[in-house]
Design a protein around this ligand. Structure first.
Ligand SMILES: [Zn+2]
Length: 385
């Protein structure tokens, strides 16, 4: 959730069709193939994975992800990341940032290091919010597909790994706030247990009067103590807490900054989730708040990248908000965003992805699918240019 208004959905995403990175589909034919096959694919998917094509799930029937396929907590992600780094030293490099709470957040970079960096396209995928776990699950599954050749559930990947690892340098920050994620009361949010109000109260905290703790980029427990500490916040010293994507002292932001400093980044995709309460949609791309003030080339790339992600979602049967736009933030939220992001947005093309959270219409597996589709669409977009 980037902030501002929510929208959303009525989904029924189906599994992603063959993509241009699928070696079975020649580049350039993918769109045509996808269009032609869409009815067939929807029909197959209904049989193959019926949970994804229903309008709204029966709460009792929301399927929990199988063990080992939904890696979101630090004690699940860290061992896997370290295992990959030691198993594939020629393809994986890590940047790490310790947190005050005793965890380590990672930036995982994958590429074929036997090939020269020159000519490779650099992309950065990140996530700052502890209450949006499908973003982490999706990044971990894409990493598994790229490194192991199969998804975490054992399905072989259709991605052209040689092409991707040979032509890109992909950095993933799968969990920008491991302290917060470790405090999350649930591993996923599917709408069967908590109303959106309860969910957001847990995420952002409650006051002693029982109201929602006001959302702040940075706050001090010397000024005000919440009765319930929201797990979105990261404690950065003995009395201050930050929302990770709204403060440069967050662990998330330090990793993002270092990843951006490593070389020119063709596209930064920040992955989020929101509830889309009362909306027919289940996904959207948000353009930077200062989109109109950006250099023309960056503005165009932002718009085209967003369109590529929206197209990919439509092809899988999702219902994205049709057009990507900047979100209407209040002045206070804008102040945080300006301080953190203005200078970065001026030089690095950017997409903010939002996928439905805590709603019966988008169970965990579909949330993860939407995230993965946006990641692959971004990679394909950069490789096409
Ligand atoms: Zn978010």
């Amino acid at each position: 959730m980037q902030g501002g208004s929510n929208s959303t959905l009525k989904p029924d995403p189906v599994r992603m069709a063959n993509s241009p990175l699928d070696p079975t589909v020649p580049p350039g034919k993918a769109t045509l193939v996808s269009q032609r096959c869409v009815v067939y694919i929807a029909a197959v998917a209904a049989v193959w994975w019926p949970g994804l094509v229903r309008a709204e799930q029966d709460p009792a029937k929301i399927e929990s992800p199988a063990a080992g396929t939904w890696l979101v907590r630090p004690d699940q992600t860290e061992p896997k990341i370290l295992e990959w780094a030691s198993k594939y030293p020629e393809r994986v490099s890590l940047d790490a940032q310790k947190t005050l709470g005793g965890h380590t957040a990672y930036a995982v970079t994958v590429t074929d290091r036997s090939l020269d960096e020159k000519g490779k396209q650099r992309l950065l995928f990140s996530q700052p919010h502890a209450h949006e776990p499908a973003t982490t699950a999706g990044m971990m599954d894409v990493l598994a597909a790229l490194l192991e050749g199969q998804h975490l559930d054992g399905r072989p990947t259709k991605l052209d790994r040689r092409k991707i690892l040979g032509r890109t340098i992909l950095t993933f920050i799968p969990d920008g706030n491991p302290d917060g994620r470790a405090r999350a009361p649930e591993d996923w949010w599917a709408g069967q247990k908590h109303s959106n109000d309860e969910f957001i109260d847990l995420a952002f905290g409650r006051t002693k009067e029982g109201r929602r703790f006001p959302r702040q980029g940075r706050w001090s427990s010397n000024d005000r103590q919440p009765a319930l500490l929201g797990f979105v916040y990261e404690k950065i010293n003995d009395h201050e807490y930050v929302e990770p994507n709204r403060d440069r002292q967050s662990t998330f932001f330090k990793l993002v900054r270092r990843a951006l400093d490593r070389g020119p980044v063709a596209l930064h995709v920040d992955l989020h989730q929101t509830e889309f309460a009362g909306s027919q949609y289940n996904a959207m791309v948000i353009l930077p708040f200062l989109q109109k003030e950006l250099p023309e080339e960056i503005r165009d790339t932002n718009r085209q990248a967003a369109e590529a992600i929206l197209d990919a979602w439509r092809r899988m049967g999702a219902r994205p908000v049709p057009t990507a736009k900047p979100l209407g933030y209040g002045e206070e939220q804008l102040r945080y965003f300006r301080a953190c992001w203005s200078e970065i947005y001026m030089t690095v093309p950017h997409s903010t992805v939002e996928v439905q959270n805590n709603n019966l219409r988008t169970p965990p597996a579909a949330q993860m699918q939407l995230i993965e589709t946006s990641i692959i669409a971004a990679v394909e977009f950069v490789l096409r240019r």
